[in-house]
Write a protein that binds this ligand. Structure first.
Ligand SMILES: Cc1cc2nc3c(=O)[nH]c(=O)nc-3n(C[C@H](O)[C@H](O)[C@H](O)COP(=O)(O)OP(=O)(O)OC[C@H]3O[C@@H](n4cnc5c(N)ncnc54)[C@H](O)[C@@H]3O)c2cc1C
Length: 435
C-alpha cells in the first residue's frame, strides 16, 4: 500500500523509481499473490464520509493529492453503504498495471536485507517486514525500538469520560511535578462492579488469531481476558490494583479495584486504558469497557487488539519528515512506522513520496498542517505520541488540535467533526498548493 503510493507520487513527479518487492519469491503468511497493493484481509477502506469521519477525510485528502490507491478503489468500488469497499483482485491488478506501465518505474522482485548506505530510499515493508530486514533495522536502532507484535489497549476520547466519577492521580502521588502527580485518570469499582466486570470479561467473544499468527504472549502484555482466566483476583493485583489511590470525590470510600487511564498524546485528547490489551471482539469490548464507572458513555478512538505487526518506535527514530534520524537518506512509511490500516498506510506512503520529491528537487516545504488528517497522523507518529507506550494508531479526530469555541462531549460532536473536516480540507488544499 504505502510503497505503491510513494512510488506513484515520485514517478508522476518525473523521478526514476525502483520498487523492490520480495513477493512472490519470498512469501508472507498473509499475502496470496505477487501483486502490488494486495489487501491481506478485509476488502474495506472503511467510511467514505469526508465530513463526519476521520478516515473518510483521509480519503478526501488522498484524492485531492492524486492518490493511486483512491483511483483504484473508486474504479473497483463495491456497494457497501457509506463504506468504501473494493473488489480486491482487480484493485491490486489496477495498481500493479498502472505502476508497471510508467516508463520511469522498474519493479525488481527481490528482498532487501540491509539498510543501504547511500541513495534515496523509502522503506514501506509493512507489518510483515521480512526477518532479515527486521534484524537490520534492529542492528541500526536497538532491540527495544522494533516490535513484532502489537498489544493495543483501547483508547478513549478524554471528553467522553465522566469526571464526576473519575479523578486524576498517580499511584502514591508519585512524581516531581504536579502534572506527573496527576498523570493518571482513575475509575473506581466496588466489589459488585468488579465481580460483574470479571464475569463479562470471561463471557465475552474473543477474536481468533489469523492463520500463521501464533499466539505469542509475553508476560507484561497478556490480554486482559487471559489474566482474568488465570484467577478472579489476578486483575485486582495487576493493572486494576486499588493501592495508593484516594477517590477525590469520595475520599472515605476505598475502591475495591481501580481502572487507570494514561494520556496517549501530547494534545491530551486521548487516554489509553492501562494494561487492557485484549483479543475481545470489538462489539464485546465496547459493551464490557462501558461497565467501568466513569466510562459508561465513553467514545473509543480505537479499540484494543493484539496482532502480528512489525513496527518501529517512530516517535524516537524518525524526524518530522519521516526520515530515519541516524540515516536521513532513508524514509520509512506505512504500517512499519506505527500507523494502522490500509488507508493510513497508503496515506503515509503518499506523504513520504511527496516529501522525498521536495527534498530531491531542493524545495523546502512548509510542515504538513497538523489540522489535516495527513498532518495529524504524521505528527502523531513522529512526536505527538507517547514514545514509551507507542502502539500503532489509526486516524481519528482525537489526533486533531481542538477547534476553539466548540462544545465538547457527545452533543457537540456533529458540529465539531464538521469544523475539523472543513478546516482540514482548506488547510490541505493550501499545503498542496505550496508543495
Ligand atoms: C494479517 C493482517 C491482516 C490485516 N488486515 C487488515 C484489514 O483488514 N484492514 C486494514 O485496514 N488493515 C489490515 N492490516 C494492517 C495493514 O493495514 C495492512 O497490512 C497494510 O497492507 C499495510 O500496508 P503497508 O504498505 O504498510 O504494508 P504492505 O501492504 O504489507 O506492503 C509491504 C510490502 O513490503 C514487502 N516486503 C516486506 N519486507 C520486504 C523486504 N525485506 N524486501 C522487499 N520487500 C519486502 C511485502 O511483501 C509487502 O508487499 C492487516 C495486517 C495483517 C498483518
Amino acid at each position: 500500500m504505502a510503497g505503491s503510493e510513494a512510488a506513484w507520487a515520485a514517478a508522476k513527479a518525473g523521478l526514476t523509481v525502483v520498487i523492490h518487492e520480495m513477493r512472490p519469491k519470498v512469501a508472507t503468511f498473509a499475502h496470496q499473490t505477487g501483486k502490488l497493493a494486495e489487501m491481506v484481509c478485509s476488502n474495506s477502506f472503511r467510511s467514505d464520509d469526508s465530513e463526519q469521519n476521520a478516515v473518510g477525510l483521509l480519503h478526501w485528502e488522498m484524492r485531492a493529492a492524486g492518490s493511486l490507491t483512491m483511483e483504484a478503489a473508486d474504479t473497483h468500488r463495491l456497494p457497501a453503504g457509506g463504506a468504501l469497499a473494493v473488489d480486491r483482485e482487480p484493485f491490486s491488478q489496477y495498481v500493479t498495471d498502472k505502476l508497471r506501465a510508467l516508463p520511469n518505474v522498474t519493479v525488481v522482485e527481490e528482498e532487501i536485507t540491509a539498510l543501504p548506505g547511500d541513495g534515496h530510499w523509502i522503506f514501506a515493508t509493512g507489518p510483515l517486514t521480512s526477518e532479515a530486514l527486521g534484524a537490520a533495522i534492529i542492528a541500526e536502532t536497538g532491540t527495544e525500538r522494533l516490535a513484532f507484535y502489537d498489544a493495543i489497549a483501547p483508547i478513549v476520547y478524554a471528553d467522553s469520560i465522566d469526571m464526576d466519577v473519575a479523578w486524576m492521580q498517580s499511584r502514591y502521588d508519585k512524581g516531581e511535578t504536579e502534572e506527573e502527580r496527576k498523570a493518571y485518570l482513575n475509575c473506581p469499582m466496588t466489589r459488585d462492579q468488579y465481580e460483574a466486570f470479571i464475569d463479562a470479561l470471561m463471557g465475552s467473544d474473543k477474536a481468533p488469531f489469523h492463520e500463521g499468527e501464533e499466539a505469542k504472549y509475553f508476560d507484561g502484555c497478556l490480554p486482559i481476558e487471559v489474566m482474568a482466566e488465570r484467577g478472579r483476583e489476578t486483575l485486582r493485583h495487576g493493572p486494576m490494583k486499588p493501592v495508593g489511590l484516594t477517590n477525590a470525590h469520595k475520599p472515605d470510600e476505598k475502591a475495591y479495584a481501580v481502572v487507570q487511564l494514561r494520556r496517549d498524546n501530547a494534545l491530551g485528547t486521548l487516554y489509553n486504558i492501562v494494561g487492557f490489551q485484549t483479543k475481545m471482539k470489538y462489539g464485546s469490548q465496547t459493551e464490557v469497557f462501558r461497565m467501568i464507572p466513569g466510562l459508561e458513555n465513553a467514545s473509543f478512538a480505537r479499540l484494543g487488539g493484539i496482532h502480528r505487526n512489525t513496527f518501529m518506535n517512530s516517535p524516537t527514530l524518525l524526524d518530522g519528515e519521516m526520515r530515519l534520524k541516524s540515516k536521513p537518506h532513508i524514509r520509512f512509511a506505512g504500517q512499519v512506522t506505527g500507523v494502522e490500516g490500509y488507508v493510513e498506510s497508503a496515506a503515509m506512503g503518499l506523504l513520504a513520496g511527496r516529501l522525498a520529491i521536495a527534498e530531491l528537487s531542493g524545495k523546502s516545504l512548509p510542515p504538513v498542517p497538523a489540522t489535516t488528517a495527513m498532518g495529524a497522523l504524521v505528527s502523531h507518529i513522529t512526536g505527538g505520541a507517547e514514545a514509551k507506550t507507542f502502539q500503532p494508531m489509526n486516524v481519528n479526530f482525537g489526533l486533531f488540535p481542538p477547534v476553539d469555541g466548540l462544545k465538547g462531549g457527545r452533543r457537540g460532536r456533529k458540529d465539531r467533526y464538521k469544523a475539523y473536516t472543513d478546516r482540514a480540507k482548506a488547510d490541505w488544499q493550501g499545503w498542496l498548493g505550496a508543495a
